[in-house]
Design a protein around this ligand. Structure first.
Ligand SMILES: NC(=O)c1ccc[n+]([C@@H]2O[C@H](COP(=O)([O-])OP(=O)(O)OC[C@H]3O[C@@H](n4cnc5c(N)ncnc54)[C@H](OP(=O)(O)O)[C@@H]3O)[C@@H](O)[C@H]2O)c1
Length: 346
């Protein structure tokens, strides 16, 4: 014991560089993590009794968005295809928020949580119509619609029941139809908001001028990564187009990217990430450079709740503000996308 205390007394941290090196490494890691984590939603606005629908919210980013909006008092509907997972997500959100509320003041804990799961399979336009019909019949209005569900690296070789390439239908066409069907209810809200979740990957999209929706040979011709990029560019372009069409109404339409998010099912079909050793090897890098699902949800929560955005429409957001569309020359495709809009609303 005496020996140990004399060693500690005589220890001179400046005799070696190791403590400094360790401190610098920790500092770099903390800085990278806080930069890569993006911004938190800058407000804590309550959205009491506002009705919010979030597609694909049984897991990942969508789940975190649903939880955040329910915590702010919203009436939240999880629109999901896997009802078992969706019911579990609802139960978890209620349990967590009830626990949090019971630690707060009495008035808060008296507020009854409204969180529900509804069936919606975006692979089928019929399912979208059924879902929309039920919402229109059961709710007096819709205040927030977050088109979050998405797939990547799904098989491009076969088509949905409606005859479309899967990425295109799930990520774009079905959301587009859903939005159009819900517009009458969104217009009943004093501040209706549509938020489309896109991706940085839109920048690498290939668009065929003769077949912009790739209804022809696209499915068999291209890699799933390209199909994803194409669908997310379509989301972006239709955001602008719909915002133009809704100008002068109480409804805004914006688009956001969650950034690169780890810990979700997004890459579950990725050929690379299915190898266990790759998962293990990339884990530290993903932890360092990617967001967690909570961080990935912040931008959509900001778009759904911030008062200052009430007149902003047709923009593409990262976590720190509106971004101009990089591919202005592609805006020529608006007219073609509007043709789909006519199809969707007929
Ligand atoms: N993670 C990233 O790095 C990243 C980057 C850029 C953009 N994004 C976008 O962010 C959004 C959320 O992604 P995430 O990372 O949270 O991925 P995720 O965990 O895979 O969540 C996607 C959600 O979409 C649902 N979904 C898939 N197909 C559906 C269908 N046919 N009908 C209804 N719901 C369906 C999934 O339900 P199941 O559980 O039933 O499959 C799941 O709940 C997606 O639009 C994605 O493209 C993510």
């Amino acid at each position: 014991m005496e020996k140990i205390s004399s060693v500690l007394e005589n220890a001179d941290p400046f005799k070696t560089w190791w403590p400094t090196i360790a401190a610098v490494i920790v500092g770099i890691i903390v800085t990278i993590r806080s930069l890569m984590g993006g911004q938190r939603c800058p407000n804590d606005n309550q959205i009491k009794d506002r009705i919010a629908i979030i597609t694909g919210s049984n897991s990942g980013v969508g789940y975190q968005i649903a939880k955040a909006l329910a915590a702010r008092g919203g009436r939240v509907i999880l629109a999901c295809r896997n009802m078992e997972a969706a019911d579990k997500a609802v139960a978890t959100i209620k349990r967590k928020l009830n626990n949090a509320n019971s630690n707060e003041d009495e008035s808060n804990s008296k507020h009854k949580l409204f969180v529900e799961a509804r069936y919606l399979d975006l692979r089928s336009l019929d399912s979208v119509c059924r879902f929309a019909r039920k919402i229109l019949a059961e709710f007096e209005r819709v205040d927030i619609l977050i088109n979050n569900a998405g797939v990547i690296f799904d098989k491009t070789g076969f088509k949905t029941v409606d005859g479309f390439e899967q990425h295109l239908q799930i990520n774009y066409l079905s959301h587009f139809l859903l939005t159009h069907l819900l517009i009458p209810h969104l217009q009943k809200s004093f501040m209706g908001r549509v938020i489309n979740v896109s991706s940085h990957a839109h920048a690498s999209a290939k668009m065929d001028i003769d077949d912009p929706l790739h209804l022809g040979t696209y499915a068999s011709k291209f890699h799933a990564r390209d199909a994803f990029a194409h669908s997310k560019l379509a989301v972006l372009l239709s955001t602008r187009s719909l915002a133009k069409a809704l100008k002068g109404t109480s409804v805004t339409v914006n688009c956001c990217t969650p950034g690169l998010v780890r810990g979700t099912s997004h890459l579950k079909n990725s050929p690379l990430m299915s190898a266990f050793c790759i998962k293990v090897m990339t884990f530290p890098w993903m932890w360092l450079f990617m967001k967690n699902p909570f961080e990935g949800a912040q931008c959509a929560v900001y778009l759904a709740t911030d008062q200052q955005l009430k007149d902003i429409s047709g923009e593409y957001f990262k976590c720190d503000g509106a971004l101009p569309l990089k591919f202005d020359k592609r805006l020529q495709y608006y007219s073609i996308l509007r043709t789909w809009s006519e199809y969707g609303t007929s």
